[in-house]
Ligand binder design. Structure first.
Ligand code: CS2
Length: 490
């Protein structure tokens, strides 16, 4: 039997503490993937139980029809499996009221974005989904969705195009603007998105550009919950736990964190009931998370994948690599300004425990994707700080070398794999152009818009990355990891 109602669920399964149908939609969410379901949808479910309100979510996927075909027949209900060392627990989430796909459901999506009931538009479309030119902060006209929407702003398909179109339509109709809530792992994601939308509007609808800059709220957020892509095993486990077939089940860890700038002129759900922290300045939290959790994740993804570790928890079983993860966390922490009430060493330890969770099958290959979009905020920004503070650059050089080795697109055994990066072709070409490692390092570092100038011009970093990449090519990734960990131990 397919999950369609809350009736008949076993007592061991937690269910919404409210009647879903009694609550209207107040949020449109773009990017209806596993992370949204495990994080914001779960927090909204808790908030609805605690304080009510018309805050259910209309979920929209911009391209993939799957989320809508999975959730639609289930009335938006899905099982969230939370896996911790103590075991797994299942919870059915009721906060998603509807699931649409922009292609087939275009009219409904546009109606939801312009509805006076919609007070927040949130999104998780991944780093590459926006089309931001990080050097200017404006739009990247070569991004496919941006290019499309600049040419046809009246028929948008991308985030910037849709939001500017909707904000303009709302203004014309006399409805207040919605709050734009970016939930992707991008630095200062609120202002970043504001910059993108204002630039897009200047090019397509100049009359609303100043209005967006001045009147629309773009609170920044730090989001955290490790959520692997769902697998057939996830669905089988959900069925075993709930007794119902659930095509939309997701699994995640027990831990969850959300730090949000409290700037919601038209209201918001009581997310604090789910542990969300509302602060005036999200930046120090976001830097901590991007540089420590995500930075270590990227480092261990490239090194782990290439040394034969399929899952993050396998990496943590490899004593040499686990030592390098700890080294990376300490180096990243040393780049952060003090954050009252937060002990970075304890945070690092907690991250190691989370990474070691054997019940969570989080693939290194999943984290390795989209490196060109992730490296700047995760590895390069802290590397720049380390250089400026006179700290060792070795941990960052090791992570950069591992990414470069990965960009070659083949394992030590010579087996080819897809990088899954929006700059795949360019990366492969630069990574494989020459046998001279120092030239490879220069070529990759000088790819437009990626490395900051201060790092490109740093001979110490260049030498260190070259030596480490050489070691990875000559001794293989597993050998290079042992050497690096050995050098650290001495
Ligand atoms: C990961 C993140 O895939 C990745 O790049 O580093 O998705 C990570 O699991 C989340 O940010 C954790 O909150």
């Amino acid at each position: 039997m397919r999950l369609t109602t809350l009736e008949g669920l076993p007592d061991t399964v937690a269910r919404p503490g409210y009647v879903p149908a009694d609550h209207g939609v107040g949020i449109v969410h773009l990017g209806l993937g596993a992370f949204h379901k495990a994080h914001q949808a779960a927090a909204t479910d808790t908030a609805l139980a605690a304080s009510g309100g018309d805050w259910r979510i209309c979920g929209v996927s911009l391209r993939s029809p799957e989320p809508a075909t999975q959730l639609g027949p289930q009335n938006g209900l899905f099982t969230l499996i939370e896996r911790s060392a103590e075991g797994s627990r299942a919870r059915v989430i009721g906060s998603v009221a509807g699931a649409l796909c922009l292609g087939p459901d275009r009219a409904e999506v546009l109606a939801a974005l312009t509805s006076p009931h919609t007070r927040i538009v949130s999104m998780t479309v991944t780093e590459k989904g926006y089309g931001i030119d990080r050097t200017t902060g404006g739009v990247d006209p070569s991004h496919p969705a941006i290019a499309h929407d600049l040419a046809a702003p009246e028929a948008p398909i991308g985030v910037a195009g849709l939001l500017v179109w909707a904000l303009q339509a709302r203004r014309a109709a006399g409805h207040p603007p919605f709050t734009v809530l970016c939930c992707d792992n991008l630095p200062e994601n609120g202002p970043l998105l504001r910059g993108l939308l204002v630039d897009f509007a200047r090019r397509t609808a100049p009359e609303v550009a100043d209005f967006i800059a001045a009147e629309v709220a773009f609170p920044s957020t730090m989001v955290d919950r490790i959520t692997p892509a769902a697998t057939p095993e996830t669905l089988a486990d959900a069925e075993a736990m709930t007794g119902q077939r659930d095509e939309a089940a997701v699994e995640t860890e027990a831990f969850t964190q959300w730090v949000i700038e409290d700037s919601f002129p038209t209201g918001r759900p009581a997310w604090e009931a789910a542990g969300a922290m509302f602060v005036a300045d999200v930046k120090p939290y976001e830097e901590m998370k991007l540089r420590m959790l995500n930075g270590a994740h990227s480092m261990l993804a490239y090194t782990g994948f290439l040394s034969g570790h399929r899952h993050v928890s396998d990496v943590m079983q490899d004593a040499s690599l686990a030592a390098l993860v700890r080294r990376h966390l300490a180096a990243a922490a040393a780049t952060l300004p003090e954050l009252p009430g937060v002990d970075f060493a304890a945070y690092a330890e907690a991250l190691c425990t989370r990474f070691s969770n054997p019940h969570l099958r989080h693939q290194t290959y999943q984290i390795a994707m989209d490196g060109t979009e992730k490296l700047p905020q995760r590895i390069l920004a802290p590397a720049e700080v380390a250089v400026s503070k006179g700290h060792s650059v070795e941990p960052f050089a090791f992570a950069i070398a591992a990414w470069m080795r990965y960009a070659m697109g083949k394992t030590d055994a010579g087996e080819a794999f897809e990088l899954r990066d929006p700059r795949e072709a360019e990366l492969r070409r630069f990574a494989n152009d020459t046998d001279d490692t120092a030239t490879t390092v220069s070529n990759l570092m000088e790819m437009p818009g990626l490395f900051p100038k201060s790092l490109i011009a740093n001979p110490r970093l260049h030498r260190s990355v070259t030596a480490k990449l050489d070691a990875m090519r000559q001794s293989g990734m597993a050998g290079a990891i042992r050497t690096e960990a050995g050098a650290q131990a001495q």
